[in-house]
Design a protein around this ligand. Structure first.
Ligand SMILES: Nc1ncnc2c1ncn2[C@@H]1O[C@H](COP(=O)(O)OP(=O)(O)OP(=O)(O)O)[C@@H](O)[C@H]1O
Ligand SMILES: [Mg+2]
Length: 412
């Protein structure tokens, strides 16, 4: 019994140990698997964190350099006027005066040419960097990216004028061979002139709408600048950009702002305006081939324009945009009442007859006023009576306005 008792446990123990070991091995294997899994997870976590770290480091560098940039003093912009030798250059700072300065060793000497724009250290005015030839931001603003909504159909009564503009501006750009065949050089540009509010700007906008060429638009007064030579530079850059983007059309509205008679005036402001005009004349002469660049200008003061601007070879075509005649007024009224809810009794021909001497802008105002009268009376449609009231009101406003100018003159 004692033997049995001794053996049995022994046998039992063998089994047990075997079982125990087996269990332990399985356990350990499981554990091993678990740990391996954990290891893999931690490994991938580590990789993730490492990339995260790299990212943060990159961001840190970026922020540091940004702080550095924000801390660095502003650089003065200047223009190279003369290169004396590798080391010494004459620059004109944007504020005006000229300086003999040194250049940084890192600058490619080939880039240092008269006319190049560069940045200068504030204290020593040494050239730090040469800027890529870029145009004034103002010049880029002049380019029309979206074409205006006006079309030729929105212009009333200027049929022959529209035809002339298209002939002078669009034809040379779209069908240059016609001019080659006949053997004449196409017109360089057109000047639209006539009383205010007759549709000059409108016509130019319609050209911009219909053309596929690049359209650059500038108002004469924008070219009048504060510092000497800046206006001329703007004109030059404007033509440069137009040339680069050719075929293109430059539209100079209210050209009388820079194109007025040159006289012996002595204020420096006048002289700067004259310089700008001279640059414009030179650009229009096109010492270099101007390529496919056409110019449209508009003014309501052709009487004060400089004779040099008016001679053939500059604006080859002067197109007068006159006050509309009866037919023209009727056409303009038709255009501006196109979207209006008109009553049966409205007689636009009668309205046109009563508005002798009014321009397109007046007629548009009359249509709007008539609409306002209808709204005031809570009508759905605009009646003939509203037009009559609108004409009266506008004439009255005009008279009052006229009174003001004589009043002003009296005290001038
Ligand atoms: N012929 C026209 N047909 C239709 N609308 C016209 C016409 N003429 C003028 N208008 C209206 O009058 C507005 C003013 O015209 P626009 O700006 O073209 O005048 P402008 O001739 O350039 O005058 P300014 O010489 O004062 O610059 C236009 O927006 C348009 O609504
Ligand atoms: Mg205008």
């Amino acid at each position: 019994m004692g033997d049995i008792a001794r053996h049995a446990p022994e046998k039992d123990t063998g089994e047990d140990i075997y079982q125990y070991l087996l269990e332990r091995i399985t356990n350990l294997e499981n554990r091993n698997l678990e740990l391996r899994e954990q290891f893999r997870q931690i490994e991938s976590e580590k990789r993730y964190i490492e990339t995260q770290k790299i990212r943060y480091e990159r961001e840190l560098r970026k922020l540091k350099s940004e702080i550095e940039q924000l801390r660095s003093p502003p650089l003065v912009i200047g223009t190279v006027t003369d290169v004396i030798d590798n080391n010494r250059v004459i620059v004109r700072s944007s504020a005006g005066p000229r300086f003999l300065v040194r250049t940084s060793q890192l600058i490619d000497p080939d880039l240092l040419k008269p006319g190049a724009r560069c940045t200068l250290n504030q204290q020593s005015l040494a050239i730090v960097d040469v800027l890529p030839t870029s145009y004034d931001a103002q010049i880029y603003g002049m380019e029309l990216v979206e074409s205006p909504e006006e079309t030729y159909e929105n212009i009333g009564g200027l049929g022959p004028q529209i035809e002339e503009v298209r002939e002078a501006v669009e034809l040379p750009l779209t069908k240059p061979h016609l001019f080659e065949k006949v053997g004449i050089s196409p017109p360089k540009g057109v000047l639209l002139h006539g009383p205010p509010g007759t549709g000059k700007t409108l016509l130019a906008r319609a050209v911009a709408h219909h053309t596929n060429a690049h359209f650059l638009r500038v108002v004469g007064s924008e070219l009048v600048q504060k510092y000497i030579g800046e206006g001329a530079r703007l004109v030059r850059e404007l033509f440069d950009l137009a040339k680069q983007k050719a075929p293109s059309i430059i539209f100079i509205d209210e050209i009388d702002a820079i194109g007025a008679h040159r006289n012996d005036s002595t204020t420096s402001g006048d002289r700067e305006v004259q310089r700008t005009l001279m640059q414009l004349l030179a650009e229009m002469d096109g010492f270099e081939d101007r390529g496919d660049v056409k110019i449209i200008a508009a003014t309501n003061r052709i009487d004060i324009l400089d004779r040099a601007l008016l001679r053939p070879g500059r604006f080859d075509r002067m197109i007068e945009i006159p006050l509309p005649d009866h037919e023209g007024r009727f056409a303009i009224l038709m255009i501006h009442t196109r979207n209006m809810n008109l009553g049966e009794d409205v007689n636009l021909s009668e309205v046109a007859r009563l508005t002798e001497g009014k321009n397109g802008a007046d007629l548009r105002a009359i249509c709007m006023e008539a609409g306002m009268f209808a709204i005031r009376m809570e009508q759905d449609t605009v009646g003939h009576e509203d037009f009559m009231k609108a004409i009266d009101k506008l004439s009255l406003d005009f008279d009052r306005h006229h009174f003001h100018t004589t009043y002003g003159e009296m005290f001038a």
